[in-house]
Design a protein around this ligand. Structure first.
Ligand code: PMP
Length: 292
C-alpha cells in the first residue's frame, strides 16, 4: 500500500457542514473519540465516478454509531449527496470515500452521552490496496497471535476505530514477519477475518466462509455470497477451525479496498491462487463494479 501524508492530499473534505481544503480539515485535540476510540467510519469505493453500494455503506455507518450509543445527525440522503459532491469536487474517477463520525469535546471522561457528533467525508484516488501483482499471484497471510474478542467484550459488528487497535498490531506483526497481512482467530480457534477483509476457502469444488461471530459482515462478503449463489456454486457458511486449514486447496479475501484477492499461502500452507472459482468470481465482481 502506498504510504502518504493524507493531510496533504489534494481536494476538499466536507467537515461539519462545509467543504474545505484537505489541509484545513482539523478537529480539536480534546475530542472524546481521540481519547476513547469512539469514532465510526466507512470505506467506499468509487468506480468510474460512481460510489459502489453507497446506500449499504451509509446504512452501516449509521448502524455502527448506534452500536456505540450515538446517532449521526444527518439522514442517509443528505450523506449520499455529500459523497456525490466530494466525487465531483475531487474529480474521483476511481477512488475511495471515507465518511467518519466522532464524539466532540464536551467531556473528557469515558461517559459522553450529550456530546456533539462531528461528521466528515473525505475522498481520494486509491487504485490498489496490495501490490499490483496481488490479484494475479495472491497474497500471503500469517496467523496472528492477536485474537478477535467475543461479543460480550467488544462491539465487533460496528466499524469503529477501537476495532482497529488489534488490526493495526496484527498487521504490523505480519509485515515484520514478511507477510502481506494477518489472519485472526477467535478465542476458540475459529478463523474470523483479516485486518481489513473477510475470508473464503475452497475444497472439492465447494466454497466455505466463517460464520459471523462478532466480526464485520463485510458488504463485499455479502456481494460475493450472492454471486456464489447466483452461479450455483456449492457453498457453506460455518465455523472453521484453524486446524482445518490443511484441508483447503485455495482461499481468497474480500473487502472494499482489496475487492477479491486470492491468497497464495497462510503461514507455510501453500494455496492455489489460480483456482477457477476465484477467477470466475473476480471476473463477475469486475462486471458489476467496473462494467467490464
Ligand atoms: N473486516 C474488517 C476488519 C474490515 O476493516 C473490512 C473493511 N471494511 C472488512 C472486513 C470488509 O468489509 P467491506 O467488504 O464492507 O469493506
Amino acid at each position: 500500500m502506498i504510504q502518504a501524508d493524507y493531510s496533504k492530499i489534494p481536494g476538499k473534505i466536507w467537515l461539519n457542514g462545509k467543504y474545505i481544503p484537505t489541509k484545513n480539515a482539523n478537529i480539536h485535540i480534546l475530542s472524546h473519540s481521540i481519547h476513547f476510540a469512539s469514532a465510526v467510519f466507512e470505506g467506499i469505493r468509487v468506480y468510474n465516478y460512481k460510489a459502489f453500494l453507497l446506500d449499504k455503506h451509509l446504512k452501516r455507518f449509521k448502524k455502527s454509531s448506534n452500536i456505540l450509543d450515538y446517532e449521526i445527525p444527518f439522514k442517509i440522503n443528505k450523506l449520499k449527496n455529500i459523497c456525490n459532491k466530494i466525487i465531483k469536487l475531487n474529480n474521483l474517477k476511481n477512488g475511495y470515500l471515507r465518511p467518519i463520525a466522532w464524539r466532540g469535546t464536551e467531556s473528557m471522561a469515558p461517559t459522553n452521552l450529550k456530546s456533539k457528533i462531528g461528521v466528515a467525508i473525505a475522498g481520494w484516488d486509491w487504485p490498489v490496496y496490495y501490490s499490483k501483482n496481488a490479484k494475479l499471484n495472491g497474497i500471503s497471510l500469517c496467523v496472528s497471535n492477536w485474537k478477535r474478542p467475543p461479543k460480550d467484550t467488544s462491539p465487533g459488528e460496528s466499524k469503529c476505530s477501537g476495532l482497529y487497535q488489534i488490526c493495526t498490531l496484527a498487521k504490523h506483526d505480519a509485515s515484520r514477519r514478511g507477510f502481506d497481512d494477518a489472519l485472526m482467530l477467535d478465542l476458540n480457534s475459529n478463523i474470523t477475518e483479516t485486518t481489513s477483509s473477510n475470508i473464503f476457502f475452497i475444497k472439492n469444488k465447494k466454497i466455505y466462509t466463517p460464520k459471523i461471530r462478532n466480526f464485520l459482515n463485510g458488504i463485499t462478503r455479502q456481494t460475493v455470497i450472492s454471486l456464489i449463489k447466483k452461479n450455483k456454486i456449492n457453498f457453506l457458511e460455518k465455523d472453521i477451525k484453524i486446524n482445518e486449514l490443511k484441508s483447503f486447496e485455495s482461499a481468497f479475501i474480500t473487502g472494499t479496498a482489496c475487492e477479491i484477492t486470492p491468497i497464495s499461502k497462510i503461514n507455510k500452507k501453500k494455496l492455489n491462487s489460480k483456482n477457477i472459482f476465484i477467477l470466475k468470481l473476480m471476473n463477475e465482481f469486475d462486471k458489476i463494479t467496473k462494467g467490464k
